[in-house]
Write a protein that binds this ligand. Structure first.
Ligand SMILES: *Cc1c(COP(=O)(O)O)cnc(C)c1O
Length: 400
C-alpha cells in the first residue's frame, strides 16, 4: 500500500457545481426527463451512460459520493446506501442463493450478527460463526455450499484483527467472495488492495463523523455494483435502501476532512491506551504491543492514519462500568452513547447495548465480558488533560 494514499485519491477528484460552485450541485429530484423515448428505454436496460432515470437507482450526488469512496478504497466502483445495514444486507442477499452458506467472524456488529443468525435462515442461508483469527478453524468451516467469507477488519467490539491477505487467499482457493466491513479503519486499511472482493462501510461512524445521519457504502467491481443496481434482480435496487441526495452531499463534505480527523482519533486513542496500560488497567488497542495482532495490524495499515480511534477497557463488572461511564459523562469527558467516530468521546458497555443481540453464553465464549467498556476516542485537543480527568474518575469509582 506504499504507493496508495487514499486521502490523496479523494482530494484528486474534482466536481464543480452547476454554476461553477466549489461543491457539486445537489440534484433535488426523484425522477428525470428524457428528450427521446428511445433513450429512456436504453437507460432502463442499463445502456445509456450518464443518463439518470429514477433516484432509487442512481442520482448525481450519490454517484459523486460513491466515486469518492471507491477512490478511497481503491475499487472500480461503489454504491452508497441509506445505512450501513442497508449496504450489508443487499450484499449478502445478492451473493447467496437458497442453500448457500456463509462463514463469518463471530465478533461482528450486532445487527450484522442478528441478520445472519435470525433472518437469513428464512431464505435457507446458513451462517457458521468462527474465530476469524484462527485460519485453520475458518478453513474447516468451509464446505461445498459456502459462498461468502465475512469479517470486519477490526472487529466490533473486541478489536480483533482479521488477516485480510490470508483470508483472501482462502477465498480464492475455495472460490468464495471475501466481504470486509471496514467501518473501524477507514484510510488506515484498504481491504480491496489486500484481496477483498467487497468492502463495506457504515458511513454513520468515522467517515461522516458528525453523528447527524446514518449512511453506508458498498465498494467493489463495476460488475458487482451493476448487479446490485440491476432493475430486474439487484438487491440494492429492489430492497430500496437508497440514500437521500441531500445527505450524500453533506457526507461528501465531511469526507474531505476524514484524513485530519483519523490522525487525531488515532493519536488520542494511542495516547490514552498507553497511559491506562501503564497504570495497570486491562486495555485492548491494536496499537499496543500487548495486542495479540499488533504486528499483523502494523503491517496492514497505512501508518499515517495510525491504529484507529477504538479502544476497550475491562473494569471487571457491569456495575463498575456503568458507574464509571455515568461519572465520565457528568465530567463532560464524553457521552454514554452507542455509535462511534464523533468529535466527542463516546462510550458504552457492548454486552448490554450494541452486542446484546448475541446470547450471553456466546458473549462469554468470545471473551465479551460484563465489565467491558468500548470507547470511541474523540478529537480532544489536549489529550493529557483528558487523561488526567479520566484517571480521576477511575480513582473515584475504585477502578484505579
Ligand atoms: C454501525 C455499524 C454497522 C451498521 O451501520 P448502520 O449505519 O448503523 O446501519 C455495521 N458495521 C459496523 C462495524 C458498525 O459499527
Amino acid at each position: 500500500m506504499k504507493n496508495f494514499n487514499p486521502a490523496d485519491k479523494i482530494q484528486d477528484l474534482q466536481y464543480f457545481g452547476e454554476f461553477g460552485g466549489v461543491n457539486p450541485s445537489i440534484s433535488d429530484s426523484s425522477t428525470y426527463t428524457f428528450l427521446s423515448a428511445k433513450t429512456m428505454f436504453d437507460t432502463f436496460e442499463g445502456n445509456a451512460e450518464g443518463c439518470y432515470l429514477y433516484s432509487r437507482h442512481s442520482s448525481p450526488m450519490n454517484l459523486y459520493l460513491s466515486k469518492a469512496l471507491a477512490a478511497m478504497e481503491g475499487t472500480e466502483s461503489a454504491n452508497v446506501a441509506a445505512s450501513g445495514m442497508g449496504a450489508i444486507t443487499p450484499v449478502l442477499l445478492q451473493l447467496c442463493n437458497a442453500g448457500d452458506e456463509i462463514v463469518s467472524s463471530r465478533t461482528i456488529y450486532g445487527g450484522t450478527y442478528a441478520f445472519m443468525k435470525n433472518m437469513l435462515p428464512k431464505w435457507n442461508i446458513t451462517t457458521h460463526f468462527v474465530d476469524i483469527t484462527k485460519l485453520d478453524v475458518v478453513e474447516a468451516a468451509i464446505n461445498k455450499n459456502t459462498r461468502v467469507l465475512y469479517c470486519e477488519t477490526v472487529s466490533n467490539p473486541l478489536l480483533e484483527v482479521a488477516n485480510i491477505k490470508a483470508l483472501a487467499q482462502l477465498a480464492q482457493k475455495y472460490q468464495l467472495k471475501l466481504v470486509v466491513d471496514n467501518t473501524f479503519s477507514p484510510l488506515s486499511v484498504a481491504p480491496a488492495l489486500l484481496g477483498a472482493d467487497v468492502v463495506i462501510h457504515s458511513l454513520t461512524k468515522f467517515i461522516n463523523g458528525s453523528s447527524d445521519t446514518v449512511g453506508g457504502v458498498i465498494c467493489g467491481t463495476q460488475a458487482f455494483i451493476d448487479d446490485l443496481k440491476n432493475v430486474n434482480n439487484g438487491a440494492s435496487m429492489l430492497l430500496g435502501p437508497t440514500m437521500d441526495s441531500l445527505r450524500s452531499a453533506s457526507i461528501l463534505k465531511n469526507l474531505r476532512t476524514l484524513h485530519i480527523r483519523m490522525k487525531q482519533h488515532s493519536y488520542n486513542a494511542k495516547y490514552l491506551a498507553e497511559k491506562f496500560e501503564n497504570d495497570g488497567l486491562k486495555v485492548v488497542y491494536p496499537g499496543l504491543e500487548s495486542h495479540p495482532s499488533h504486528q499483523l495490524y502494523k503491517d496492514m495499515i497505512n501508518p499515517e492514519y495510525g491504529f484507529g480511534g477504538m479502544m476497550t477497557l475491562d473494569v471487571g463488572t457491569l456495575d463498575k462500568a456503568n458507574e464509571l461511564m455515568e461519572m465520565m459523562q457528568n465530567e463532560n469527558l464524553g457521552y454514554l452513547a452507542v455509535s462511534l467516530g464523533f468529535y466527542k468521546t463516546l462510550f458504552s458497555a457492548p454486552g448490554t447495548s450494541t452486542s446484546s443481540e448475541i446470547p450471553l453464553e456466546e458473549q462469554a465464549q468470545m471473551g465479551l465480558t460484563d465489565g467491558l467498556i468500548r470507547f470511541s476516542i474523540g478529537l480532544d485537543n489536549d489529550i493529557e488533560r483528558t487523561y488526567q480527568m479520566m484517571k480521576n474518575c477511575m480513582k473515584k469509582v475504585g477502578v484505579l
